[in-house]
Design a protein around this ligand. Structure first.
Ligand code: SF4
Length: 687
């Protein structure tokens, strides 16, 4: 058979894949040499996708109350319960919780149904946990959620600053591209991370800063640039607004010694970082969950953007801040407005935007204000204000902070629908209705990766059992709720065209997100679509999508360092393993991927372990005010003293221990609502 070109199921690098069917539910996977994200390369997760396409554990038929039901009955039931709840308690009594695993077309229809026709913005997404601080930071700094970098910039940069990112494990193809640039041109690599990870192994400099001091570090860097004459006054005059008193505030206390003390790093190392930055104008600062998943995430993002804006290291080849995202379609969800805090097509809830979208969708019911963000949404369910919930392609009972609270919420909710490709998840056990959704290899639509490249995901297999595409399921519910014309799509291309039309609708160049050139794309052209990046080189003309056309420096100050708590004296950091993904529903099917790490470990500095009486290889109990979990102890001298690290992947389904989701506090960044997973106060003791 001829190979089919599609896109990887996992991270936001968005690698192209060339898949050849070799038998029933069997495929041979290769990297797509013509995809701009990876040029044929794949990491271990992408390489072993072929081991994950069996039907093991799949949900193949609709169920009501745990019993098989026809699609007609299940859809009627969902539509009736949502309609009745809205009629009795109003539009804000229902909610959708969706996922960066959805394709853009699925996301668009879910957003349109909830925000446009139900009339509530209570649709949030697991992308809230991934990069909503980057979204909020981009909007504050640039006026729109724009990632102003591309992977080609990696080939031209002379300095890479990786901050809060274990890129070697979490975005391996980006890391390979960085290493290739270093080998070819001697580009330098600085890694800023409290842990010494695999990404640090070959770095020119590793700054193991105190967690939560990234604002101090970036402000210190900017103050140093100002003292050294590296601020680009001409660029600022033309393109950047500087708030009153910004420079005076920055100059205070941001000398080398004070910053080194706050960040707990050697002054000589800090000076080396500053010198490397000064010497290499072509700088890319890549940031990920270590920045975003923080109670100061948005300020940390803006501290990075401030440095790039003030030094003019943006919109030039090889120079930009670069948010790298975790999920395959985190960016596509942002484009359609899948976050509760955005409306659609990069618009917010300003009255003229609400009116514009209402005209486009032909309704008067468009939500006029933002909805509840993920943590508040589940709190609202637990408190009984939301009475019907539809969870699509995600597992909040594991992935949200304070998972015990989330389980209480799901248990208390009068009506829970779960559409998923997996039959038994920690979340689906609370479902009143389960709807079988297409998985990777069956889906048909588009995704947008971290550098704004839109790629096709193409089906490799016929959908098994009674499985249906997410967009079809949502459309059928919308039709049954009474909106037949608005939800009359027959194929994903119909939705993509409408999404493209909305992006350009009465836009007048106000927003950079505009894919209107595809508003009339034909079905065949959609099927054959090559990967393409929207937005060109953002801000290349020095104009930003704000009212005055200028970007904004944002006053951000380092907050106080949280003191160690008597009962919870250590700090828990969480993250991914190289060969696992989210809650392992797919990667857990691959024997080869399981070899890398077979169980969840708590990584602890040997001296901390000795003080606590913990023996390497023995079990240790990690507890917080929210819950407790058991791990096998692994000594790691790359851990800072007082800090431990645990993986996010294990759930009730795989293990009775290592359930990290039970531990974090449900505290969030005040601007983005993103939970602060990276610094939970914990107690660690022998088990
Ligand atoms: Fe897939 Fe990400 Fe690996 Fe690329 S880097 S193959 S997108 S998991």
């Amino acid at each position: 058979m001829n190979p089919i070109r599609t896109t990887c199921a996992y991270c936001g690098v968005g690698c192209g894949i060339s898949a050849t069917r070799t038998g029933e539910r069997q495929i041979e996977i290769r990297g797509d040499p013509d995809h701009p994200a990876n040029a044929g390369r794949l990491c271990s997760k992408g390489t072993h996708l072929g081991e994950t396409v069996s039907l093991e554990g799949r949900l193949l038929h609709p169920e009501i109350g745990g019993k098989p039901a026809s699609w007609g009955k299940a859809l009627d039931h969902v539509a009736r319960r949502f309609s009745e709840t809205i009629a009795r308690h109003g539009p804000d009594s229902v909610a959708f919780y969706v996922s960066g695993q959805l394709l853009t077309e699925d996301y668009y229809v879910a957003n349109k149904l909830m925000k446009g026709f139900v009339g509530s913005a209570n649709i949030d997404t697991n992308s809230r946990l991934c990069m909503s601080s980057a979204v909020a930071g981009h909007i504050r700094g640039f006026g729109e959620d724009i990632v102003p970098a591309s992977y080609e910039d990696l080939d031209q940069a002379d300095l890479f600053v990786l901050i809060g990112s274990n890129t070697a494990w979490c975005h391996p193809i980006v890391y390979q591209r960085i290493q290739a640039a270093r080998a070819a041109r001697g580009a330098k690599l600085v890694v800023i991370d409290p842990r010494r990870t695999e990404t640090c192994e070959d770095a020119d400099l590793h700054l193991a800063l105190r967690p939560g001091t990234d604002v101090a570090l970036m402000n210190g860097l900017l103050a140093h640039c100002r003292r050294g004459g590296l601020v680009d006054e001409a660029f600022i005059d033309a393109s950047v607004n500087v708030p009153e008193g910004f420079w005076d505030t920055l100059d205070e206390g941001n000398d080398l010694w004070s910053v080194a003390k706050t960040c707990d790093i050697a002054p000589a190392d800090l000076q080396r970082f500053f010198d490397l930055f000064a010497a290499h104008p072509r700088t890319i600062t890549l940031f990920s969950q270590g920045i975003n998943q923080s109670l100061r995430g948005t300020d940390q993002v803006n501290a990075i953007l401030n440095v790039h804006l003030a030094t003019g290291r943006i919109a030039r080849p090889g120079a930009a801040p670069f948010s790298i995202t975790g999920q395959p379609n985190a960016m596509g969800g942002r484009e359609v407005g899948g976050l509760a805090s955005t409306l659609a097509a990069h618009m917010d809830f300003a009255p003229d935007n609400v009116a514009r979208v209402a005209r486009f969708w032909g309704v008067k019911t468009v939500a006029a204000k933002p909805g509840l963000k993920a943590v508040d949404l589940f709190r609202s369910i637990r408190e009984g204000r939301i009475k019907a919930l539809w969870v699509m392609a995600t597992n909040p009972a594991v992935s949200l902070p304070d998972a015990a609270m989330v389980r209480e919420a799901l248990s208390a909710c009068p009506f829970v629908v779960v559409s998923d490709c997996i039959s038994e998840t920690d979340t689906s056990r609370y479902a009143h209705v389960k709807l079988p959704a297409a998985g990777w290899g069956e889906k048909d639509g588009t995704v947008t990766n971290s550098d704004r490249t839109i790629s096709r995901q193409r089906p490799l297999f016929a959908r098994p059992g009674e499985v249906r595409a997410d967009w079809w399921i949502i459309t059928e519910v919308g039709r049954r709720m009474g909106w037949k014309t608005a939800f009359s799509y027959e194929r994903p291309a119909d939705i993509y065209r409408e999404h493209a039309r909305l992006s350009a609708y009465q836009n007048g160049g106000k927003r950079l997100f505009d894919i209107g050139q595809h508003a009339a794309i034909g079905n065949a052209a959609y099927d054959a679509m090559e990967p393409w990046r929207w937005g060109g080189t953002p801000f290349a003309d020095g104009r930003f999508p704000t009212a005055d056309g200028k970007a904004r420096l944002v006053n951000v100050e380092q907050g106080p360092i949280a003191p160690s708590l008597k009962d919870w004296p250590m700090t828990l950091n969480t993250g991914r393993y190289r060969d696992q993904w989210h809650t392992m529903t797919r990667t857990g099917l691959s024997p080869k991927l399981a070899r890398h790490r077979q169980e969840p470990l708590i990584e602890i500095h040997p001296e901390d372990a000795a003080e606590l009486g913990i023996v390497e290889g023995d079990l240790a109990r990690v507890s917080t005010a929210q819950g407790a979990s058991i791990y096998r102890a692994a000594f790691a001298d790359g851990q800072r003293r007082g800090e431990v690290f645990a993986p996010i992947h294990w759930t009730d389904q795989q293990s009775t221990g290592g359930r990290t989701g039970l531990l974090p506090r449900p505290l969030v960044d005040p601007h983005s609502g993103q939970p602060g997973f990276k610094s939970t106060p914990v107690r660690v003791e022998p088990f």
